[in-house]
Design a protein around this ligand. Structure first.
Ligand SMILES: N[C@@H](CCC[C@H](N)C(=O)O)C(=O)O
Length: 288
């Protein structure tokens, strides 16, 4: 069997991915290999490495999803959720099948995705999880006020979208030194599995019919990225819980905007663009 591994380089609002299809043969990834592929100087370069794997099958042999998606940060760690990558993989699978909807299995659960036109995909990202144990936190806390902080980043809201987020509301998101503060908060002892750190600034009043929120992110295991889909979901939920926003808002990220809605049943709907940058074949040295 060929040892060549074709890849597709995709992105959602500049949050970029190397996507590998391991549905028909096994791919032997290690944290070292992931870091080598993700390295922007010597590898392909990406924020997350995404593997499409076969769907899980039940005892009767039928599958509940179209495919499984495995997600790895550029530091080699595996994570349960990635909103922007889910839209990208959904677009690939829908183009392949000709269908306008798809079900993707992730470590965080089954996600339903739908095409919303040319290069626009909506994903039901599942329930926003609000209990301290689900984030998880190291100790019992009201997740609406975690009470920690450094500099301008104080008293975040804690949310899990399948991955942990701490959303800090600030007056001016663009002036926050995320390169310095992000890693300190990511590794705060309150977060035993670390956390993604969001600096969010309200651009509309609480009673606006549609909210607008500026958000910048320091991603766990990756660093600053142009956009974070789960971070955008967490930001809208945090703002709605604090009474700062209606339950639907445009989240303005460095790479563009996502529309996020916190539905009455607690699920979070994310709608945004996908793009393919280029494709190629991995240099075999990256997998050796
Ligand atoms: N870019 C992603 C989130 C990727 C995972 C995150 N860094 C984590 O460690 O939880 C997104 O679009 O949601």
């Amino acid at each position: 069997m060929s040892t060549d591994w074709p890849f597709v380089k995709m992105h959602g609002l500049g949050n970029d991915f190397v996507v590998l299809d391991a549905r028909s043969r096994a791919l032997d990834l290690t944290p070292e290999r992931i870091r080598a592929i993700a390295d922007r100087r010597t590898g392909i370069g990406c924020d997350q490495l995404v593997v499409i794997a076969p769907p899980q099958t039940g005892s009767n042999g039928s599958s509940v999803s179209d495919a499984t998606m495995l997600i790895h940060n550029s530091d080699g760690s595996e994570v349960a959720a990635c909103g922007n990558a889910t839209r990208c993989v959904a677009a690939l699978l829908m183009a392949e099948s000709g269908s306008d909807s798809v079900v993707i299995e992730t470590r965080a659960g089954l996600l339903d995705a739908e095409s919303r036109g040319e290069r626009l995909v909506a994903v039901d990202m599942g329930l926003a999880r609000l209990d301290w144990r689900e984030i998880p936190l190291a100790e019992a806390k009201d997740t609406l006020h975690l009470g920690i902080g450094i500099g301008p980043l104080v008293d975040p809201v804690g949310i899990s979208m399948g991955n942990p987020h701490a959303v800090f509301f600030v007056d001016d998101a663009d002036s926050v030194d995320l390169t310095r503060l992000g890693p300190q908060l990511e590794h705060h002892p309150l977060f035993p599995e670390k956390a993604n750190i969001e600096a969010a600034q309200m651009l509309t009043p609480p009673d606006a019919p549609l909210g607008r929120i500026r958000m910048r992110v320091w991603e766990r295991g990756t660093g600053i990225t142009m956009a974070c889909g789960t971070g955008a979901c967490a930001t809208l939920v945090a703002a709605a819980r604090r009474g700062l926003s209606p339950r639907k808002a445009e989240i303005v990220l460095d790479g563009g905007s996502l529309t996020i809605e916190w539905l009455p049943d607690g699920h979070v709907l994310m709608t945004g663009p996908v793009a393919t940058a280029f494709s190629g074949v991995l240099d075999p040295s990256l997998l050796s």
